[in-house]
Design a protein around this ligand. Sequence first.
Ligand code: NAG
Ligand code: NAG
Ligand code: NAG
Length: 614
Amino acid sequence: MMPVADIIKEISQEEGNQVKYFEDLLEKIKKLNMMWKVLLFAFVVTTVQGRYENVNMKQDWWETAIFYQIYSRSFMDSDGDGVGDINGITSRLEYLKEIGVDVAWLSPIFKSPMHDFGYDVSDYYTIQPEYGTMEDFEHLLRKANDLNIRIVLDFVPNHTSNESEWFIKSSNKDEYYNDWYIWENGYLDEHGRRRPPNNWVSVFRKSAWTFMTNRDQYYLHQFGEAQPDLNFRNPVVVDEMKNIIKFWLEKGVAGMRLTSINHLFEADKDLYGGRYPDEPLTGKPGLGPEDYGYLEHIYTKDQEEVYDMVSQFRDVFDAISIRNNITRVMMTDANTNIKNAVRYYGEGIHSGAHIPFNLALVEDLDRDSDARDIKYAVDRWLTYKPLKKQANWLIGNHDKSRVASRFRPELVDAFNMLVLLLPGIAITYMGEEIGMINGFVPWSETKDPQACNTDDPVNFIQVSRDPVRTPYQWNNGKNGGFSTAEKTWLPVADGYEQLNVANQRSAVRSHYQVYRTLTNLRIRPAFKYGRYESLALNSDVFAFKRWYNDDTYVIVMNVGKTYHVVNLTAFDLVFGQLEVEASSVLSSRSYSDNVQANYLDLTADEALVLRMQI
Ligand SMILES: *[C@@H]1O[C@H](CO)[C@@H](O)[C@H](O)[C@H]1NC(C)=O
Ligand SMILES: *[C@@H]1O[C@H](CO)[C@@H](O)[C@H](O)[C@H]1NC(C)=O
Ligand SMILES: CC(=O)N[C@H]1CO[C@H](CO)[C@@H](O)[C@@H]1O
């Protein structure tokens, strides 16, 4: 048995932050007699707590930051052409500061013919002229820096635009660019007609292969026809992608988000006799050979090579972070299953992204989800996530129906509480802080290629992403204050006269006010470093606890449509009175009201942030 004095000495000398080390010690202490046990236990716990503080205080800038996604085309138009632009964003940076955002992440601003609104890049080193110039962008960076807001850029590595010089040269068999894309001959059917190489379907519907007459070959495009896939098995392409990352990081952006990362590679055709294999059918009812869901995407998504590529990209971020003595964050976006999703954190010899997007709240929840589904979605992600990595939360983006429309407007505050108060990084899609709703964009004005590709003036609405991209609603003036143009690129959503920032800013209770309260709360240690525990108190009421030392909060939300009385003492160490820190807009409770832990009545849709009184 280890002498007590030695144990104390060892604890005192321990320099690192290995909590495991203390756990081992606690094991040893268990074997001592009772009195020593009690004394030593108290000593170890106090010391460990101190160490936790030290460890936690070392958080890097991004680890609990709030990221705000700006759909660049729709945020603010400075020159009256009906399209959002960079100077428009610059002019609204104070607003981001006001609501407590740390990072503005911009949807693509690179030169693009806009077939997919910037997700089809024709030149990665140039700003889209419609959005401004490089000088405008540098001005944005300077002003953001003055306000201590960081800028992150979207980067689309999977494909370029079909109007990029690289693609045009490749389609002309230019020697250097010849192998930059995926070119195939296709085959002749029994009638002697030229057919695509296989059955692969684009994410936006229809064959993933398009014929180019000048090259007399098909090119692969996993997304739209205007988005030819780059060939990541060509090392020259990989080098160029790294150069692009370096270029923007050196210019001073705080990070980049790599989109659709799991599409970078297709199966290696050499392993299949030189021909890309057909993908098997899913057998899902109601789908035809032109629908993306018709096939099981085992050869076009989530290929093993992707994880090594991510690791190579991360090395570029790390090299520049070290050189500039500040972390440049790598974010990745992959729509995939949870086991693949968490692989983007890195594993074994492969380093991963700082922030691999967590789509759980977006993909796993819908209008029918109840408190148990929310708990399950949150806890499931936390369970799969590597223990020591930071979680991240988002509930919407430029591809997904808005919270107010996907769930209901009354739940906007509850979902903002989730995103902002769960442990880790929070990501808000612009407009969610004021509870914007999907706009209505008729077929005649539809722009989204995913919707246009349906060729269906009735059902296009089910896949159209235009409704979540309508202009930001600043005030009740012309075009919601977004633009002075006669016509904006997408119509402003109905109801902007009431639902806008100016109105909500002057109201005593509004989504905007709740959002600001939440971003202020986030600064407290319980939310920055604190631990997390959750309960579905019944099928309608979800609650979670965050605490740090003695400071304990309970966030409780009734996502059902009926009144409930709940007992929060179901949580360990929650009792007595709690004080209201924040409440959803329609709640009758306001700041500093008291509630009883063992008897809390909640109206439908009511959501509260409560702090335990001691
Ligand atoms: C690029 O693709 C779009 C959409 O299919 C098409 O309209 C356009 O003509 C193409 N441009 C070139 C240069 O091939
Ligand atoms: C790097 O930055 C940190 C603060 O972020 C500072 O304390 C340190 O001195 C810097 N190191 C160098 C070499 O500039
Ligand atoms: C969430 C996200 O970034 N979605 C984008 C993925 O990539 C396609 C094609 O580039 C875009 O259309 C999506 O908007």
